[in-house]
Design a protein around this ligand. Structure first.
Ligand SMILES: Nc1nc2c(ncn2[C@@H]2O[C@H](COP(=O)(O)OP(=O)(O)OP(=O)(O)O)[C@@H](O)[C@H]2O)c(=O)[nH]1
Ligand SMILES: [Zn+2]
Ligand SMILES: [Zn+2]
Ligand SMILES: [Zn+2]
Length: 268
């Protein structure tokens, strides 16, 4: 990980504290997962290095999709530019501005959910901060991890940044319209993914030409259908399993097994 946020650097954050941060994040991610399940929405954590084409492929997704109801959260250190681009493309979106943090965490996502209704959606994209390392370490409660890897980055990135690809359910090989101008070896990237991913799966796409976007949409629809067959309640309410349900703007003024963060209710 990196020294930008101190994550994984025992000189900045002692290992014991790092462990506590991650286990706290895991509990919050589980809470987010309950929100996503209650809404019946497929949450997709879209990761990749800066400029890999994450926002562009979502814009292209909006142009090509037929019938899937989409929304997005867009993480960025300093601007709301990606959220504005997605809104302009027709995807309701909210920005998460992380300040100096090089990744999203479950608390930031939970906070943003108060500003973006998710009941009735099919897919919620969570565009992570551009970074090929840290985002893979923080569970957000998503059902699927997708990594955008552009053809300009080189075939060896799955071998050099293994954590990201170890956790990936799908790699979108982006900007394939540029292949004629590059010495990029498709067989080499497939070989690297076969080594790095437990279940290798890659779809080659171009946001510019729209190539591969239908295959990507089919992948999303199939993952979304799996949720439905798992029979999640889809009334937009959060079933906490302790005898009552919350609406989307749920009131947490009661005892939970683990109390919410004190600032939880301030964001309603
Ligand atoms: N030729 C070509 N260029 C692309 C394609 N997709 C994205 N780009 C270009 O790549 C650059 C970065 O694209 P973005 O969509 O902003 O990338 P990103 O991964 O969202 O970037 P960050 O959010 O800053 O990490 C832009 O200049 C895009 O125009 C593509 O399919 N083909
Ligand atoms: Zn980091
Ligand atoms: Zn909540
Ligand atoms: Zn982006």
């Amino acid at each position: 990980m990196c020294t930008d946020c101190g994550c994984g650097d025992p000189d900045v954050v002692p290992l014991e504290v790092q462990g506590r941060i991650l286990s706290d994040n895991d509990e919050r991610a589980q809470h987010n997962r309950e929100h996503f399940a209650a809404a019946g929405v497929l949450a997709v954590n879209l990761m990749g290095s800066p400029g890999a084409g994450k926002t562009a492929i979502l814009e292209a997704t909006a142009r090509h999709q037929r019938g899937l109801r989409l929304a997005a959260l867009a993480g960025d250190l300093a601007t709301e530019r990606d959220a504005a681009r997605l809104e302009a493309a027709g995807i309701p979106a909210r920005a998460i501005t992380t300040g100096s943090a090089c990744h999203l965490d479950a608390k930031m996502v939970h906070h943003a959910l108060h500003a973006l209704p998710i009941a009735g959606l099919d897919v919620l994209f969570i565009e992570n901060v551009g970074n090929l390392v840290c985002p893979a370490v923080y569970d957000l409660g998503q059902a699927a991890n997708v990594v955008a890897l552009s053809v300009t980055e080189g075939e060896d990135k799955p071998l050099k940044y293994p954590t990201m690809f170890l956790k990936a359910d799908l790699v979108l090989l982006t900007k394939t319209d540029l292949l004629p101008h590059l010495d990029f070896d498709l067989a080499a990237v497939e070989d690297a993914l076969a080594r790095a991913m437990p279940e290798p799966r890659m779809i080659a796409v171009s946001a510019r030409t729209g190539a591969g976007v239908d295959a990507w949409l089919a992948w999303l629809a199939e993952r979304r259908a799996r949720l439905t067959s798992a029979a999640a309640p889809s009334d937009g309410r959060l079933h906490h399993g302790h005898g009552h349900v919350h609406g989307p703007g749920h009131d947490h003024g009661h005892a939970h097994a683990r109390p919410h963060d004190p600032d939880h209710d301030r964001h309603r």
